[in-house]
Design a binder for this molecule. Structure first.
Ligand code: F6P
Length: 371
């Protein structure tokens, strides 16, 4: 019987839906029917803390449990019920231009005798996966990010759970906003893409939604709010993505130190908008930043299901030795696309068809040719 060893790691920001994907990749690979069919003994190990696990392992002790965790069906049995990532994650980048340790990672993949590696992540993690694939590693990817900004797939794990958090928080804020006749500005995550703000705002019925794809004018925001008050509204909910900015302004950065992928932490636009409403429209306003609450909590039904489908599909790709691909969801089907396709720039809101630039809100309807 042949032996085939698969590694799984999760990198970048955690979110709900990752653990279900790990569980189902493991269950698929360890299915006894598969072993019999392929005359192969599959084995799966989890790499702890993303790429950091492969960067910092001790060559003299490659299966040190601080970096590597053998995954059995019994161990992962309940993982689909849990949020975050049980394998741990990091924003470590083996290709960091200031300290490139990609060769060490390739060597450690060999030391661990990994025949294949499944990387679960967003553009940064999958960018590393793609580069490693270019250097000969047998890698497949699973998309996850609450920003839902990877091109080539209509879904990335974590998005629906995060959106449910937005809806639940807005529902809670509505009662207090109404009691006090206040405007509430809610800042969501979403660095380049406004999906979470837009679809979270649409789902929760926000009055105004501000997204990174369209620079806003505070004059227009205040005009809309005062218009709402004139027509009898007691309160308003304004949702703003962390990456949104006023026309002529720049992104709001909360920490200037770049991480190993060169990103700086965003935050602060919500409070800026709240202050500008107070000063410009004279309305009592509070702001709140949902921040990492959106990444926490148990996966919703959709993330459990999509995690399952993506996990199974990734294991299938590995078994078929169809490497250099990312599993994806397109036109209602699970499929796979080349990793490079998933890295071809962020998938942004189409302002022409999906955003109302005059009402600062969502806009979806049947697209009519010539309309
Ligand atoms: O994973 C994407 C994301 O949630 C972004 O929306 C946000 O800007 C960033 O991660 C925050 O990351 P960190 O966990 O490093 O604060």
């Amino acid at each position: 019987m042949e032996r085939y060893k698969i590694g799984i790691l999760t990198g970048g920001g955690d979110c709900a839906g990752i653990n279900p994907a790990v569980k189902w990749a493991v269950k698929t690979a360890l299915d006894t029917r598969l072993a019999a069919e392929r005359n192969t003994r599959y084995e799966v190990v989890g790499i702890r803390n993303g790429w950091e696990g492969l960067m910092s392992m001790d060559p003299a002790n490659p299966s040190d449990p601080t970096h590597v965790l053998p995954l059995s069906e019994e161990l992962v049995r309940t993982w689909d019920r849990y949020g975050g990532t049980n394998l741990g994650t990091s924003r470590a980048n083996p290709y960091n231009p200031r300290n490139d340790v990609s060769k060490t990672v390739l060597k450690n993949i060999e030391l661990l005798e990994l025949d294949a590696l499944i990387a679960i992540g967003g553009d940064d993690t999958l960018g590393v996966a793609s580069k490693l694939a270019g250097e000969g590693a047998s890698v497949v990817g699973i998309p996850k990010t609450i920003d839902k900004d990877l091109p080539g797939t209509e879904y990335t794990l974590g998005f629906e759970t995060a959106m449910n958090v937005v809806v639940e928080c807005v529902d809670r804020l509505r009662t207090t906003a109404g009691s006090h006749r206040r405007v509430f500005v809610v800042e969501t995550m979403g660095r380049h893409a406004g999906w979470l703000a837009l679809e979270g705002g649409e789902s929760s019925g926000a009055y105004i939604i501000l997204i990174p794809e369209y620079d806003f004018s505070m004059e227009r925001v205040n005009e809309l709010l005062l218009g709402g008050r004139k027509s009898g509204a007691r309160y308003e909910i304004v949702i703003v993505a962390e990456g949104a900015k006023p026309a002529g302004g720049v992104e709001f950065v909360s920490d200037d130190r770049p991480d190993s992928f060169g990103h700086r932490a965003l935050g602060g636009v919500g409070e800026f908008v709240a202050r500008a409403i107070r000063e410009g429209a004279g309305l009592e306003t509070r702001s709140m930043v949902l921040s990492h609450l959106q990444r926490g909590g148990v996966p919703c039904a959709y993330d459990r299901r999509m995690g399952r489908y993506f996990g199974i599909a990734a294991a299938d790709l590995v078994v078929a030795k169809d490497f250099g691909k990312m599993v994806a969801y397109r036109d209602g089907r699970i499929t796979a696309i080349p990793l490079e396709e998933a890295l071809a720039g962020p998938h942004l809101v189409d302002v022409e068809t999906e955003y109302d630039t005059s009402r600062y809100n969502g806009r979806r309807t049947i697209l009519r040719h010539g309309a």
